[in-house]
Design a protein around this ligand. Structure first.
Ligand code: NAI
Ligand code: MG
Length: 491
């Protein structure tokens, strides 16, 4: 199979987007970004360092305070977002291919994502017109009191590699809607789509300096952004370990933080559920994107009455998925993002073996020699897992599900909630009373009943406990980009 070169990958090294210009990194260094399905080099990418972050923050501060941006009306910001949505829609195929090349996700998946992201940009365009303060009736005679909602200021964003364009849209959208400015530091494994989005934001009419993209490594560029004294808010998506570092780094100027971290989400199957629908859903809740989804349903709790059959059905679905190069439209699952990520996942599989878990399917690499150059792992279903095993407690971020049996509802609520994480949770039952009880009892930012990972721009998404705080999507996302000012006027 031969594939054509991508239009974004034909022009030499990728530079930094600062103040509306493509600029070279001050240190003059570049790193390689690869296609994880083949190991082929895609591009050299600028290695931004602390000094480049400083330049970008200066540009973002300048655009926030001078020039056209602070004077633009909600209507004008909406128009920019609508144009950006149109441009992304026009480039749908290029964006899908860019993410497929850069992090391996199948083209069918990335095409679907771009469609959802165009819709999400249009949602933020609408929200640009829906920012309201309120008036309050105080008990002070003659006082007029109201609140103003003002942009929080310069936003720093640090994103992961599991959905490169997705994560970038979630940072760019609310910034443009609220009148903030942005310095985005994308993941070093997959920086290409965020760079292209930044370029298109300029084309859509965002003034120079409103959207800046500084590629580079977490420990240098990311760390500087997190500690920077002139960044007002930091939006981080990634691992909980790095999230803790961000909290510490942010303390110097007490910047506002939102953290979208990992999970170990329970997915609970009652015996009365529509099992023909639940089994493939339970499989894809963890195998989709090769398990590299923060809200993956990785702790599968199955009613003991149906446990054996259900676990076999999930394994069967996994075995039927076609692994391959994401550019092939027949591919269901791509590789993991990097050799390092596969090593991490295989470390968990070794641990599960040592702990005595039973491998119902997978646990190894595909034998097809055509896939030998990529970082593939077969979809893996583990049975005989206990809650205390590492595979049942820690985020693996690979196509690995731990299946466990339960006997009654109180027991499964307690076990599902006994996790340091609280991102998502899934429940399958035909009984509405069970559904409502579970929806209330599960400690998670989102609970999905008879579906999993449902998503809509209007519905907030985020975590509790070690899964972080703050919400993306919905009104709450805009609120996190706005300060409330109280204005008092004595008449
Ligand atoms: P990571 O959380 O370290 O990386 C995410 C982003 O943070 C990247 O842009 C990275 O450059 C940046 N970063 C790293 N260290 C930083 C620091 N000290 N200061 C500021 N920014 C920093 O995740 P990584 O290393 O890519 O993956 C490791 C594991 O984390 C994965 O195996 C997975 O388990 C988990 N993970 C979970 C994600 C989720 O959405 N739940 C996303 C990415 C990773
Ligand atoms: Mg890459």
């Amino acid at each position: 199979m031969t594939f054509s070169v991508h239009p974004f990958l034909t022009g030499g090294p990728k530079l930094l987007l600062i103040g509306g210009q493509w600029v070279e990194p001050i240190g003059g260094r570049y790193f390689d970004t690869y296609n994880p399905a083949t190991g082929e080099l895609l591009a050299k990418v600028a290695q931004g360092e602390a000094a480049d972050i400083d330049r970008a923050v200066t540009a973002a501060r300048g655009a926030l305070e001078q020039g056209p941006w602070p004077h633009m009306t909600p209507s004008e910001r909406q128009a920019i977002l609508l144009r950006l949505a149109d441009l992304v829609e026009r480039e749908r195929e290029n964006f899908a291919l860019l993410d497929t090349l850069d992090m391996g996700s199948p083209i069918r998946h990335t095409r679907g994502s771009v469609g959802l992201l165009v819709d999400l940009l249009r949602y933020y365009a609408g929200m640009a017109r829906a920012i309201h303060g309120e008036t309050a009736e105080t008990s002070i005679p003659g006082m007029f009191a109201c609140t103003l909602r003002e942009p929080v200021g310069v936003v720093g964003a640090i994103t992961p590699w599991n959905g490169p364009l997705w994560a970038a849209v979630l940072k760019v959208g609310p910034v443009l809607a609220t009148g903030c400015t942005l310095v985005l530091k994308p993941a070093e494994e997959a920086s290409l789509a965020p760079l292209r989005l930044g370029e298109l934001a300029l084309e859509a009419g965002a003034p120079p300096g409103v959207i800046n993209v500084v590629t580079g490594f977490g420990e240098t560029a990311g760390a500087r952004l997190a500690e920077h004294p002139d960044v007002d808010k930091l939006a981080f998506t990634g691992s909980d370990e790095t999230g803790q570092k961000i909290v510490r780094a942010s303390a110097g100027n007490l910047k506002r933080l939102t953290l979208e971290l990992g999970g170990k989400s329970p997915h609970i199957i009652f015996a009365d559920a529509d099992l023909d629908a639940a089994a493939p859903a339970a499989a894809m809740a963890v195998f989709a994107n090769s398990g590299q989804i923060c809200s993956a349903g990785t702790r599968l709790y199955v009613d003991r009455k149906i446990y054996d059959d259900f676990v076999q059905a999930v394994a069967r679905h996994g075995r039927g998925l076609r692994l391959g190069d994401g550019r092939d439209p027949a591919t269901d699952l791509g590789p993991l993002v990097s050799a390092m990520q596969r090593k991490r996942v295989e470390g968990y599989l070794d641990g599960a073996r040592a702990d005595g878990a039973q491998f119902i399917s997978g646990g190894d690499r595909p034998s097809d020699p055509a896939l030998a150059g990529g970082y593939f792992v077969n979809p893996t279903v583990l049975a005989g897992v206990s809650d205390g095993m590492r595979v049942a407690r820690e985020e693996i971020f690979g196509p690995v599900v731990a299946a466990m049996a339960f006997d009654d509802i109180d027991e499964v609520i307690a076990r599902a909630n006994a996790s340091r994480f609280g991102l998502g949770a899934g429940v399958w039952t035909k009984n509405n009373a069970t559904a409502l009880r579970m929806g209330r009892a599960l400690r998670a930012g989102s609970v999905w009943v008879n579906c999993y990972n449902a998503l809509d721009p209007a519905m907030p998404s985020g975590g509790i406990k070690a899964s972080g705080y703050g919400r993306e999507y919905g009104r709450a996302h805009l609120d996190d980009h706005l300060n409330i000012k109280s204005l008092w006027m004595q008449g």
